[in-house]
Design a protein around this ligand. Structure first.
Ligand SMILES: Cc1cc2nc3c(=O)[nH]c(=O)nc-3n(C[C@H](O)[C@H](O)[C@H](O)COP(=O)(O)O)c2cc1C
Length: 370
């Protein structure tokens, strides 16, 4: 009898030994340190772009250039820190004003994959060779919340570019950060990831046939154990994207108090907020959010409209500033985004320990099913 093993994740000519993509986590929570550790452990490590230029000297005066420069540096650093064959990705939120520049920068700096989230990526930057997208080494992976959205993106790319994405992430409502759902859908069992995933697998099949290529579907949002990974694979996923689990690792780029907030929180502290991005978001309640929820308007200065849809004159706080403060450990001046499972964390471990545990749990689930 063959011993069950965790399958690798293939995206075109790329192969991750472990089928786990570490979700991009802004602001500054997943940079080169976390992403290279994940790449070294066999997964795909992802650098998040929002606010990445905050430590550049010209952040206040030239934020677009600062972001692009910092992104380039982080990609090169992550690649230098990861072994040969280690895969490094970038997460670009479509809600960002400079999403086109950040996509181009990721391709130029040699990111292996670019994940396109927080908004539907129906178009790509004009600066890319749009009539020969298949020639670009970087793989493009939209993040969607439904089969309808996946089909819309694939259909549009097929028509515009005669090319379709290389993989797709379907993110359910248990995820951390911004959610692609209406508030009332978040706790509706009809929108559970288990329900959303099979129709996405079905929707991409027609494109796999048309373009004669495999298009892996990756499940995200509330995937927490190796058993969960196994269950998602049984439903047709080729891999998973996980965020929350990677926060409580030594290598995560956030300061210790950010990680401690995960260790200290209870299930009921994890709440849904209305983000200035215009989407609901999942976060850990603390003194800052309590102030905002009680109607206090925080003072802030907007140097540039980093988010396309942010009405900075009306919003009660600057989300980029609040998340930056939290990343730095100043939790009274900001808050941590977190997935619905964040309360389950009880200690900080290394990325390698986490991956080993996930693989072990996956194999145990596969053995039990034989
Ligand atoms: C702290 C934090 C920050 C996040 N920031 C982003 C982001 O900048 N862009 C994005 O597309 N997703 C973001 N996410 C979502 C993750 O990339 C991931 O897909 C999601 O958290 C998966 O669900 P899980 O946390 O239950 O594993 C964030 C999640 C967390 C917990």
């Amino acid at each position: 009898m063959t011993v069950p093993r965790i399958p690798s994740l293939r995206i075109g000519d790329l192969e991750a030994k472990v089928p786990v993509i570490q979700g991009g986590m802004g602001v500054g929570v997943s940079l080169s340190n976390l992403s290279s550790a994940v790449a070294n452990a066999g997964g795909i490590g992802v650098i998040a772009t929002p606010g990445i230029g905050q430590f550049e000297p010209d952040w206040d005066t030239a934020p677009i250039e600062a972001n692009r420069r910092a992104l380039r540096k982080e990609i090169l650093k992550a690649k230098a820190q990861s072994q040969t064959g280690g895969l490094i990705g970038v997460n670009v939120m479509m809600a960002l004003t400079d999403f086109n520049g950040l996509i181009q920068c990721s391709v130029d700096a040699g990111a292996n994959v670019v994940l396109l989230g927080a908004g539907l990526p129906t178009s790509l930057p004009d600066s890319l060779p749009l009539d020969s997208l298949g020639q670009i080494k970087t793989k493009f992976i939209p993040i969607v919340s439904s089969a309808r959205a996946a089909d819309l993106v694939f259909k549009t790319w097929k028509k515009r570019y005669n090319h379709v994405p290389d993989a797709v992430v379907v993110e359910g409502p248990l995820a951390g950060g911004h959610l692609g759902f209406k508030r009332e859908q978040i706790f509706d069992p009809d929108f559970a990831l288990e329900k959303l995933l099979p129709p996405v697998v079905e929707a991409v099949k027609a494109y796999e046939d048309h373009f004669s290529k495999q298009i892996p579907v990756i499940a995200a949002g509330g995937v927490y154990t190796g058993r969960d990974i196994y269950d998602m694979m049984q439903l047709g996923a080729s891999g998973v994207q996980m965020g929350t689990q990677f926060v409580t690792t030594h290598e995560c780029d956030a300061a210790l108090p950010f990680k401690q907030a995960y260790l200290d929180c209870e299930k009921e502290d994890i709440i849904i907020i209305n983000s200035p991005v215009g989407l609901p978001g999942r976060a850990i309640r603390g003194s800052f959010l309590d102030r905002v929820l009680s109607g206090v308007k925080e003072k802030f200065k907007c140097n540039w409209k980093c988010l396309r849809s942010c009405d900075f004159k009306k919003v009660p706080y600057c989300i980029a500033q609040a998340l930056t403060n939290a990343k730095r450990g100043l939790l009274d001046e900001g808050f941590s985004f977190a997935g619905a499972n964040a309360y389950r964390a009880d200690k900080i471990i290394s990325v390698q320990e986490l991956i080993d545990k996930l693989v072990e749990e996956y194999v145990a689930a596969a053995k039990a099913a034989v």
